[in-house]
Design a protein around this ligand. Structure first.
Ligand code: CIZ
Length: 302
């Protein structure tokens, strides 16, 4: 059996759309209908007439797709692909924080489970976090779960920020010394970093951006070389879209093993068996939808 042919046959037969996050394996990116960030992919899938969404990403991403497309079946090829950052906070933690900070606005990063989103006021992505925080009327904001994105936002807002102490191990694997060394070797290269990196790393960046922001920056910036401060799999897409430019991973340790549980075999199995399915209880989905919708209404996704 040619597995790629089988996937192509099944995706048509079952009216499935295949989504690949920017951090997925190259073969998954190449076979997907769309490659992008989690919100962009979920929004795109919602506009299609697909019956099935296969989300090659991590658990909260498939949940986000379900929140936006409740009538579609959402599949995650491998249930082990969870996000360690999202797992640093539970909805019980948020409820407790609410009691402690009754007047604060609760802003959650997209990297949260559906039930955490349901307990918050407004969602944000790494590209619009500053605008979202500045849009709330409360003087105090509880920002969760990423401490580095939270610290970055706190430098661009007058709001008092209470920041949850969660972090992404893949982004914290990048150390300032790694960047300093690479800048010596490639002095003309621009260093572009994701805001989930630590603040001492971000200080060195020519550009701080989300994965979609990194993709746009590299395309429009005249420089020929870029040191990439995010999960290394994004380099596959960057090379494909910019064959004349040179990309240097800021650290080989910026590798997310959870993202890589999805592979061609598990994608095929998911399509063939329509499993594992990701569901979100309707009451939670409705509340989480509002949290995302409030972000979309402020009009700045990117
Ligand atoms: O929302 C996403 O896709 C994440 C987690 C990161 C980004 O910057 O795109």
């Amino acid at each position: 059996m040619d597995i790629t042919e089988e996937i192509n046959r099944l995706r048509v037969e079952k009216r499935a759309v295949i989504l690949a996050h920017n951090y997925q394996l190259p073969e998954i990116q190449d076979i997907a209908d769309f490659v992008g960030d989690s919100l962009e992919l979920s929004r795109k899938a919602a506009t299609t007439d697909a019956k099935i969404i296969v989300f090659c990403g991590v658990h909260f991403m498939a949940e986000t797709a379900k929140i936006l497309s409740p009538m579609k079946t959402v599949l995650l090829p491998d249930l082990r692909s969870g996000c360690p950052l999202a797992y640093t906070i539970t909805f019980e933690d948020v409820k407790k924080l609410r009691l402690e900070n009754p007047k604060a606005a609760f802003v959650c990063y997209i990297n949260t489970s559906a039930d955490v989103k349901a307990e918050c006021d407004i969602c944000c992505t790494s590209s619009n976090a500053v605008d979202v925080v500045n849009s709330v009327s409360a003087e105090t904001v509880v920002f969760l779960p990423d401490r580095n994105l939270g610290n970055y936002v706190s430098k661009h807002t007058a709001r008092k920020m209470i920041i949850w102490n969660g972090f992404c191990p893949t982004h914290e694997n990048l150390k300032r010394e790694d960047v300093v060394e690479l800048k010596k070797i490639y002095p003309a290269a621009k260093f572009v970093a994701h805001p989930e990196c630590t603040s001492d790393v971000l200080e060195l960046a020519d550009k701080i951006a989300s994965t979609s922001g990194i993709i746009k920056y590299v395309k429009t910036e005249s420089s020929q070389s870029f040191i990439i401060g995010t999960e290394t799999a994004i380099i596959h897409r960057l090379k494909k879209e910019n064959p004349d430019k040179n990309f240097i991973p800021a650290s080989r340790k910026m590798f997310c093993p959870n993202m890589k549980y999805n592979n061609i075999e598990s994608l095929y199995e998911a399509l063939a068996n329509e499993q594992p399915e990701i569901d979100v209880p309707e009451k939670i989905r409705e509340k989480a939808f509002l949290t995302i919708d409030r972000m979309l209404k402020i009009g700045k996704k990117d």
